[in-house]
Design a protein. Sequence first.
Length: 300
Amino acid sequence: MSEDTPRVLSIQSHVVHGYVGNKSAVFPLQVLGFEVDAINTVQFSTHTAYKHIKGNALKNEEMEELIEGLTLNEVDYYTHLITGYSRSPDSLKQIAEIIKKLKQKNPNLIYVCDPVMGDNGKMYVPEDILPVYRDIVVPLADIITPNQFEAELMTGLRVEDVQGAYKVIEELHSKGVKTVVLSSSDLGDKDNMIAIASSNGECYTIQIPKVDATFTGTGDLFAALFLAWSYKTRDNLKLTLEKTIATLQAIVKDTYQKARAKYPTGKVPPALIELRLIQNKATIEDPAILINATKIECSC
């Protein structure tokens, strides 16, 4: 294997049609120069915004077999690990053991945790998965990319203003996480959301223009892009945040505009609002920064 090519193990969900989980993360990582091995925690026909969902979940013994195969063939050395949707507390505990094992193999491995639990005040995973993230998985993470709701769940704190966000970020740092990113928050206005990133005493905010549609897979894409640009910019937090948001916004806007051209009014059907990743390959490779991150003083 090439020593100069970063290698990622991505443990996330998979859909046959559409872009969430590994389908949302693997292609951008590959475009940006990463070798990616993917383990699919579930394999569904589509994501859950569709009316009919078919498929199955990877059993714990099947996950164990896959890891064993990688180990026996001595291809279990990774520079990065990223995790997303996990179906159960037991599955997540198993993933935690995999993280520990891979960090023993490469002590410099960077683990990016996207703690997929819910959004807009609602959990869409079993509630007993929360303490596994909070007490077992998060302390293993180098980078964590929760949305505001997930950050609140893990810390037991509410974010009602910027100071509240700082406290949540500080609490996650106290668990040993070097880089904390609130991938979205309700702290903006009617036109913008705000993301906040904190690492090594530096803190930045960036505005994210709102779009009149609900997208699925943007969190998975955000985490993958943040992993990639952290590596490519040598942990330049400001530039990483700007490149990540620039890519995400370009893809979201393009997807929305194409969907509205076909469906001018009303709520856009899920099939029309699947993220246009393939069509935006050039943007993923070289995103144009249109929104700058702002450095702020924080106690994190």
